[in-house]
Design a protein around this ligand. Structure first.
Ligand SMILES: O=C(O)Cc1cc(O)ccc1O
Ligand SMILES: [Fe+2]
Length: 425
């Protein structure tokens, strides 16, 4: 597998020499009879710094297909309808692996979301899959997909090339781009943030300076790759919250060359340059932001993707775990491996998830609080752990599966029982 490095670069790549026009985007007759197609994930007139588009040179135009029909698979891949929205703190056990052959599309399970593909917002999904997608592709017209594997490595075949992601990596597929998810080493499970808002980008660094957090050069975008297969392929399209299907008589992965800045990429979270306090107090978790999707309100994200990676804790005279907290932003968390430092009492396990919706109090469980208050604050390395958060400006609505699917823990609130009352002088 070959990659080009950099975040949002203007890349140029060809799988066959001479396929990529050098001097213009749309020659009268592209090389070898290829067809030029512009793929736009921003409005044509978006400011240059926001403008995202690529030019694809493919064996057949994407237009050659019949009408899409409603798709009847993927029974749990559907936005919440608003009837299960709750202020309660929620925590879930991991998904069980499916019986039989279930691919990435049919194995998607929506837990929550907010907004809509038209107005922005996010969809939050977990997946459990036992089979590679074969002769079919997913086109998500509603949102960009941030894929966070928890077990099992994935090969994501996209129109612009292939990326491999194992647990500890993330993959990012642009809105509207076709992709196929293949399993590299058997069954796989993980999380997906579907971003209806502004595409993810690196956060500003402010006083941190020109370097740090996720560095642009650690993002990897595939080189052009195509397959020449004259067989039936199904295209499953997510469009305005619903799934549709159509069939074409060839592989949609027939892009021989492309150039541009709207492209899939992967990132190894181990490359994250984690920054924290070297004096006192626990910084706000925004210090751990990998990628952000801004809203129209400055500094108030449609979605922040935040990680809690291995790191040194050195703060003095400080309560080191996450503090107790009520937040205008809503917080959905997952755990890739290890233990999260605010939940040492157990219950938040790899593959599981939690939701702390807008303004509902949360923070370290009683066990973590006790340990942190009694600990001697010597330098201590938090190791073998990787948690993350999808943080969003609007309430996260939950689905029927999230509330009644058998994985919701009934006793989550109890992790905050037993705090002794302060004794005043
Ligand atoms: O566990 C959480 O809820 C996420 C979180 C982490 C942190 O370090 C500080 C605040 C916060 O909300
Ligand atoms: Fe929080």
């Amino acid at each position: 597998m070959s990659y080009q490095t950099g975040f949002l670069n203007h890349f140029a790549t060809e799988a066959v020499e001479g396929a990529l026009p050098e001097d213009r985007n749309s020659p009268q007759r592209p090389a070898f009879g290829l067809y030029a197609e512009q793929f736009s994930t921003s409005a044509f007139t978006a400011p240059r710094v926001e403008n995202r588009r690529s030019w694809l040179y493919r064996m057949r135009p994407t237009t050659a297909h019949g009408a899409f029909q409603p798709y009847s698979g993927a029974p749990r891949f559907a936005a919440p309808d608003g009837t299960h929205t709750t202020p309660n703190r929620l925590r879930w056990d991991p998904l069980t692996m499916p019986d039989g052959e279930v691919d990435f599309v049919d194995g998607m399970v929506t837990y929550g979301g907010n907004g809509s593909p038209a107005e922005g917002g996010i969809g939050i999904h977990l997946y459990a899959t036992s089979a590679s997608m074969d002769r079919r592709a997913l086109q998500n017209s509603d949102g960009e997909m941030l894929i966070v594997p928890q077990t099992g490595a994935l090969r994501i075949v996209t129109e612009l090339g292939r990326i491999d992601i194992a647990p500890g990596h993330i993959g990012l597929v642009p809105r509207g781009m076709r992709s196929r998810v293949e399993l590299i080493d058997g069954g796989a499970r993980g999380y997906v943030c579907e971003n209806f808002g502004e595409p993810f980008r690196l956060p500003d660094l402010g006083p941190i300076g020109a370097n740090g957090l996720a560095n642009p050069r650690d993002f990897e975008t595939p080189v052009a790759w195509f397959e020449d297969r004259d067989e039936e392929f199904e295209i499953v399209q997510k469009f305005n919250g619903k799934l549709w299907t159509t069939t074409i008589d060839h592989s949609p992965f027939d892009v021989v060359a492309w150039h541009g800045n709207s492209a899939p990429c992967r990132y190894d979270l181990a490359r994250f340059n984690t920054i924290g306090t070297v004096s006192f107090d626990h910084p706000d978790p925004s210090i751990f932001t990998v990628l952000t999707s801004p809203s129209a309100i400055p500094g108030t994200a449609n979605c922040d993707f935040v990680i809690f990676p291995p790191r040194w804790m050195v703060a003095e005279d400080t309560f080191r775990p996450p503090w107790f907290h009520r937040n205008v932003m809503s917080e959905f968390m997952g755990l890739i491996h290890g233990e999260y430092d605010a939940k040492e009492g157990g219950g938040f396990v790899p593959g599981g998830a939690s939701l702390h919706n807008q303004f509902n109090g949360h923070g370290p469980d009683a066990e973590s609080t006790k340990r942190a208050m009694e600990a001697s604050v010597k330098p201590h390395k938090i190791e073998d752990t990787l948690a993350f958060m999808f943080e969003s400006r609007a309430v996260i609505h939950t689905t029927d599966f999230a509330m009644n699917g058998g994985l919701l823990q009934s006793d989550y609130d109890a992790c905050w029982n037993g705090f002794t009352k302060a004794r005043l002088p």
